[in-house]
Design a protein around this ligand. Structure first.
Ligand code: PSU
Ligand code: MN
Length: 301
């Protein structure tokens, strides 16, 4: 287990059986613009501490897999001065060998969290099956099907093919559990029109579900989907055509692979004049709060 270097704070919390919440770093380096990205990363960490858990932001710092970062580490990931590699499962060996600075996606963060012994992870949105026939399926889905970490998110953006994303998760046995809802949330809005089969009403029920799931010996992840609050949600009729525009631009410019999700996120901030950014920040705060509450309930159960 020494392959992950834990901060003293994270190490002490894990040894004492106290609640820890993992946070990803791709959202900092590739998902949000400077300086909102740094402010948000700091804010999420202090929120988790205030609620009574320990934050463990995960990244690859100069080739070291780390859980729990320093204030300077966060700045290096956020300020855009040094190139930051977007790290998914496939990239670890190469980034370690080259002593690179890397930001972990949902997939990579799940893996490092699991290696470190962390069970609950908060993020904004997960990757999924992309629209069209490109065959682009995010490694986030595959990781959810094989790594025992609970991921708390706001669903997936309709830059993706949401029905196919949900079908994929069903096929590969990933529980998708609505948090106080039976509708799969669509990131910027609480509504996708897609039904879920399962929901929990509070952190205690979420913890009980996790205990039962892993208690049976199942070794995969669980996805909790928290809808964005109505006050922070964007208007569907307004945002959906803008998403379509961004997807069309990506296609015209031939953007593919790991670059497509950051491109779409960046373009949406521009096209919406920053509206999508405010919604993104709000749902990240909300998901982090719910994840901290679930981690606390799990540690007490
Ligand atoms: N969706 C968001 N914000 C993000 C991401 C996705 O709304 O920042 C990031 C996450 O780190 C996620 C990754 O794991 O993009 C997915 O990338 P890809 O589609 O290349 O798998
Ligand atoms: Mn992809």
């Amino acid at each position: 287990m020494t392959k992950v270097i834990k901060s003293p704070e994270v190490d002490a919390a894990l040894k004492a059986g106290k609640p820890v919440v993992a946070l990803e770093s791709t959202v900092i380096s590739h998902g949000l613009p400077w300086p909102d990205n740094l402010r948000l990363a700091q804010e999420l960490e202090s929120m988790i501490r205030k609620i009574g858990a320990t934050p463990a932001t995960i990244a690859v710092m100069d080739g070291e897999l780390r859980a729990g970062l320093s204030a300077e580490d966060l700045v290096r990931l956020a300020d855009g001065k040094t190139p930051v590699r977007k790290i998914s499962r496939r990239d670890f060996g190469s980034a370690v060998a080259k002593h690179q600075l890397g930001a972990t996606t949902v997939a990579a963060t799940m893996l490092v969290a699991h290696w470190a012994g962390i069970k609950v992870f908060a993020t904004g949105g997960i990757g999924g099956v992309h629209r069209g026939q490109t065959g682009d399926v995010s490694a986030d889905l595959i990781e959810l099907s094989q790594t025992p970490v609970a991921v708390v998110c706001a669903g997936a953006k309709s830059i993706l093919d949401l029905p196919r994303t949900l079908e994929w998760l069903e096929t590969f046995g990933v529980p998708v559990v609505g948090y106080q809802t039976l509708e799969f949330p669509a990131f910027y809005t609480p509504h996708s029109g897609l039904n879920l089969v399962d929901c929990v009403e509070n952190p205690q029920q979420a913890a009980a579900l996790l205990k039962a799931h892993w208690g049976l010996g199942l070794t995969n992840g669980v996805l909790f989907t928290v809808p964005i609050s109505e006050v922070d949600a964007l208007n569907e009729a307004d945002i959906n055509p803008k998403i379509d525009q961004a997807v069309a631009e990506a296609e015209r410019q031939g953007i593919v692979g790991k670059d497509i999700t950051p491109f779409l996120l960046g373009r949406l901030v521009e096209i919406t004049g920053g509206e999508s950014l405010q919604a993104n920040l709000a749902l990240l705060r909300h998901n982090t709060q719910v994840a901290a509450e679930i981690a606390i309930a799990l540690a007490q159960s």
